[in-house]
Design a protein around this ligand. Structure first.
Ligand code: HEC
Ligand code: HEC
Length: 462
């Protein structure tokens, strides 16, 4: 165990007890049990698990450098070669700033920046997943290496509308419409399905991966307030070559962190790995198919070595979650009550426990406070992308975890909320809730001014 972190953790708990809190609060502050860190700086999402030993610190450091570095075009002697032929950005952190979320561009001329556009056409692929567009594939890659045209540029145009609260105050919400230009491989056609997504935060994912499938199935079947359901997504697990419950991605369309990381390398950066050995060129993208590979030698089967894929996965599994803050504040306690009364907790489930048989001991049998059920919910027409993904419909999204969300703007002042970053504040995010969460939204609309402020203060504390 890393001594520095333990000391910090103990000071944090002691500090709370000195303040004279109820006995249960000293554990509630630990969002992720022993994987919690007491850091409220801009690096709050970048801390390793306090349980890490020295050998693991080296793997963590390797994963961190792979996540942060800028990749270059092959051939190059650099170990970090292999970018493209088609790609979105040159590093993982370009979309996951300091391991936190990205934001939606305000400028209607700007390209996607920390966002990407999922693409498909109606129908399914061989495993029941979305059917890629024949010329553009399953994601718009805005850039290409020299000689390989980038696929096109997407930008967002906003339509604004105002919602009014019961106390008479207003809030302006903005909804993005996608505008595409410079399409290099022909028209997309009329039946194209598009879904803009902003890079989410990536800490605490090892713990979410360690929540047992049985827990998700039990949460699905649990009785809930009227109108609230919740479904698991059943997806193709490319590692075990069978169907599995999905839990990563905004429609829970990926079963494991390893697969999610391998997909990100090839899909966002154009870096192949053992799990995704093919560059993301479609049949008509001839220059893409002929571009030189970034494999270190002809004996390597992919651009990213197996050790580096595992180091990046290890890095994600080991990123700790920030502790809760201001838990004894009266306004925060009032907000906690309101969070339950408005049925937010029916989907943003405060407490879960991880499996016992996890790869890393620090992830095993932990009481965690992620504020998610990892289930799919119909969130109404306002948030719908109309693009099905395995069993997720065009109106469903996976409940995102809320742990650490109060520090989002500290880590990245441009952080945007909801799947496409449209919400500039937490209150905007709540006021977009529809479908199964419509009654929750209306409860917030009806709240007296002080209660609304208390709810937001609570969200800021978790
Ligand atoms: C162009 C922006 C972009 C880049 C570059 C990018 N990501 Fe992401 N990342 C996203 C988006 C958007 C999502 C959500 C994807 C979805 O819903 O399908 C995501 C999701 C993830 C997730 C799953 C998070 C969750 O809660 O389910 C992980 C892990 C991840 N990315 C890791 C990486 C790694 C590793 C790299 C570099 C190899 C990377 N990303 C590069 C935009 C990006
Ligand atoms: C029916 C399930 C459900 C209920 C009830 C619900 N939410 Fe959500 N919440 C979601 C889903 C799903 C999303 C993601 C929607 C999207 O990205 O389009 C979300 C997103 C959010 C976000 C943005 C998170 C992010 O990472 O961008 C916040 C904040 C939030 N909810 C707070 C609340 C609060 C507060 C309440 C109660 C007033 C509430 N939610 C009730 C399912 C629910």
């Amino acid at each position: 165990m890393n001594a520095r972190h333990v000391v910090i953790a103990m000071c944090g708990i002691a500090g709370l007890l000195v303040l004279g809190g109820a006995a249960s609060l000293d554990t509630q502050v630990l969002s992720a049990g022993s994987d919690t860190v007491f850091d409220t700086s801009r690096e709050a999402y970048s801390q390793p698990s306090p349980m890490m030993d020295d050998a693991n610190e080296r793997a963590f450091a390797r994963g961190r450098s792979l996540f942060r570095q800028s990749w270059v075009i092959a051939p190059a002697t650099d170990r970090a070669a292999g970018l493209g032929p088609l790609f979105n950005r040159i590093s993982c952190i370009a979309c996951h700033a300091r391991n936190g979320r990205g934001g939606a561009p305000d400028d209607p001329q700007a390209s996607m920046q920390a966002m990407l556009l999922r693409l498909s056409i109606p129908g399914t692929d061989a495993h029941g997943g979305p059917k890629p567009h024949p010329a553009y594939g399953d994601q718009l890659n805005e850039r290409g290496v020299p000689g390989v045209p980038g696929e096109g540029i997407a930008s967002l145009l906003y339509e604004e509308h105002t919602e009014t609260f019961a106390d008479g105050s207003d809030i302006t919400l903005r909804k993005p419409a996608i505008h595409l230009r410079d399409l290099a491989y022909g028209p997309l056609g009329n039946d194209i399905l598009v879904s803009p997504r902003v890079g989410p935060a990536v800490y605490g994912l090892g713990l979410l991966e360690a929540i047992p499938d049985e827990t998700l199935l039990a949460l699905r079947n649990q009785p809930k307030p009227a109108g609230i359901g919740g479904r698991v997504n059943i997806v193709w697990d490319a590692i075990n070559k069978k169907e599995a419950i999905g839990r990563f991605g905004m429609k829970a369309n990926v079963a494991s962190l390893t697969e999610q990381v391998a997909n990100a390398f090839v899909g966002d950066l154009g870096i192949t790995s053992s799990l995704r050995p093919q560059e993301n060129c479609t049949a008509v993208q001839t220059a893409c198919k002929q571009a030189p590979s970034g494999r270190a030698s002809e004996y390597e089967s992919s651009e990213l070595s197996q050790a580096d894929l595992f180091a990046t996965v290890f890095y994600h599994r080991s990123l700790a979650v920030p502790a809760r803050r201001n838990m004894q504040d009266q306004q925060v306690l009032r907000g906690q009550q309101l969070f339950r009364q408005a049925h937010c907790a029916a989907c943003h489930v405060p407490e879960l426990r991880t499996r016992k048989d996890t790869a890393l001991p620090s992830l095993s049998n932990r009481l965690i406070r992620p504020y998610t059920d990892l289930l799919l919910h119909d969130m109404g027409e306002g948030l719908a992308d109309g693009r099905p993904d395995y069993r997720a419909t065009g109106r469903e999204w996976r409940t995102p975890p809320l742990w650490g969300i109060g520090l989002a703007k500290k880590v990245n002042p441009n952080a945007g909320f909801l799947h496409d970053g449209r919400a500039r504040t937490l209150l905007e995010a709540v006021m977009w809730h529809g479908g199964e969460a419509q009654a929750s939204r209306e409860a917030v609309r009806a709240m007296p001014t002080e209660d609304r402020a208390a709810l937001l203060r609570y969200l800021g504390s978790i």
